[in-house]
Design a protein around this ligand. Structure first.
Ligand code: ADP
Ligand code: MG
Length: 471
């Protein structure tokens, strides 16, 4: 299929040609005509398959007619992170060069003053992260009753980040008669339920099986005998050095790991910089720009920071450890091998990662070869141990990934996270209680010697006779 056949206007086709695209990707070929016919669409296709243009292109044509009113955006795109929202905005700029559409961007870290002026004048497209949008709505800065089109991008990640209550809230503020488009790389049942709730008779478009890695990527596992940080850092460095890397992304499960690994790589002469949710927005944007322009070779990233980022031609992906969620593995690997290019991925797997790794292998349904750069095994053997402080035992829950990114987390999900935490604390207390009951005594089980094997007298199973006397 060619772009001429999907039903876009001449102006748009010109912009698409200028962008250098010769034909639509499968999700674009299927989604664009449906969006143009004003149907609700649920689009599922793996990362890097051009989902953004699948909704941005037809939206531009749909919005070409009509006028915006002050404070009443005509369309709304919600994305889970600032970077993704900014990327959607770039897409609107790129494809909208021949149109006079106006746009505002509501994301953390961007001054609201300018955006407010734009909103006041009236915009055709408003792109926002959920938290920021609700914030500005509650301050009376905008009205959502004029929204004709709603896009929920990266819907599966929204779910992960606890944004679902916010999306529900936002949807209640929108007119019921609207077109709703939902795009996602995966379709877990919760997302399917969400889609059903907010869409009317949506057309479900699924390209290939969801959450599969592209065939153009060769995946390798680096089996490690220890989970020492030093061993991991050495291994990741040697693997990078053993390949011809032009640009690559090193993924870590925790923000603290991102910092440590970036620092370590830099210390050893590599051109690397960190990106995660706790870093200032200006720094993140700058780092990403450098990486895109080829001025930075290695981006060390957490999952959320890197999710769906449009970074063309990444040759290599390195995983400091397998991600806790096998979907994230697919997303990480999706950073390479885009648009038919070849790519390589390497994942460090220590014994305690084996369970996560099994889930990954099951998910990708591909055999992954072991890889060991020359001399690495010997070098690791010779390393002094870092005292067994494995990455897992040292990490804290709220350090994991960007999921504690306060600035963009809705207050409500913070609350639910807190209650989740206290629930987990309770459950560990419960466990303790059970354990102490098992020890046939009261008090803090950690302070007690292990329970003796034989029958116990005292306040254990043995009930003193005076308690059995009728009152
Ligand atoms: P997704 O949202 O599915 O992860 P993106 O929308 O970020 O994917 O697009 C991934 C890359 O593919 C981007 O670099 C984009 O410019 C490029 N791209 C989009 N459409 C096409 C096309 N029709 N032909 C070639 N490249 C495309
Ligand atoms: Mg995307």
């Amino acid at each position: 299929m060619t772009f001429d056949e999907v039903g876009l206007s001449e102006e748009l086709l010109k912009a698409v040609t200028a962008a250098g695209y010769s034909e639509p990707t499968p999700i674009q070929a299927q989604a664009i005509p449906s969006v143009l016919s004003m149907r609700d669409v649920t689009g599922i296709a793996q990362t890097g398959t051009g989902k953004t243009a699948a909704f941005v292109l037809p939206m531009i044509d749909r919005l070409a007619q009509g006028r915006s009113k002050a404070r009443m955006p005509r369309s709304l795109v919600i994305a889970p992170t600032r970077e993704l929202a900014a990327q959607v905005a770039e897409n609107f700029e790129k494809y909208g060069v021949n149109h006079k559409l106006t746009m505002a961007l509501l994301i953390g870290g961007v001054s609201f003053g300018d955006q407010d002026k734009l909103l006041m004048q009236g915009v055709d497209v408003l792109i926002a992260t959920p938290g920021r949008l609700i914030d500005q709505f509650e301050r009376g800065k905008l009205l959502l009753t004029g929204v004709e089109m709603l896009v929920i991008d990266e819907a599966d990640r929204m779910l992960d980040m606890g944004f679902i209550p916010d999306i529900e809230k936002i949807c209640k503020l929108l007119p019921p008669r609207r077109q709703t488009l939902l795009f996602s790389a995966t379709m877990p049942p919760e997302i399917a339920r969400l889609a059903a709730q907010f869409q009317t008779d949506p057309k479900r478009i699924e390209v290939s099986r969801p959450a599969q890695t592209a065939d153009t990527i060769t995946q390798y596992k680096i089996p490690l005998k220890s989970s020492d940080h030093k061993a991991r850092r050495t291994a990741i460095r040697r693997v990078i050095e053993s390949r011809d890397v032009t640009n690559g992304i090193v993924f870590c499960n925790r923000k603290s790991e991102v910092d440590i690994v970036a620092k370590s790589l830099t210390k050893h002469g590599h051109d690397a910089a960190p990106i995660h949710g706790d870093l200032p927005q200006a720094y993140r944007t700058q780092t990403l720009d450098k990486f895109r322009n080829g001025e930075l070779k290695l981006l060390v990233a957490s999952d959320v920071a890197a999710r769906g980022l449009d970074i063309p031609a990444v040759g290599h992906v390195f995983n400091y450890s397998p991600p806790p969620n096998s979907d994230d593995y697919v997303h990480r690997i999706g950073r390479t091998g885009r648009a038919g290019r070849t790519g390589e991925s390497f994942t460090l797997v220590c014994p305690e990662d084996e369970k996560l790794w099994d889930a990954v292998v099951k998910r990708v349904e591909k055999s992954v070869e072991d890889y060991m750069p020359e001399g690495l095994a010997e070098e690791l053997e010779a390393l002094p141990s870092d005292g067994g402080r494995s990455s897992r035992s040292r990490g804290r829950r709220n350090d994991r990934n960007d999921r504690s990114d306060r600035s963009e987390r809705p207050a409500r999900s913070e609350r639910s996270e807190r209650s989740e935490k206290s629930a987990s604390r309770e459950s560990s207390k419960d466990k303790e209680k059970k354990q102490s009951r098992g020890n046939k005594s009261r008090g803090d089980s950690e302070l007690l010697p292990p329970a003796p094997a034989g029958p116990v007298v005292g306040l254990g199973d043995h009930v003193p006779a005076f308690l059995q006397r009728p009152i």
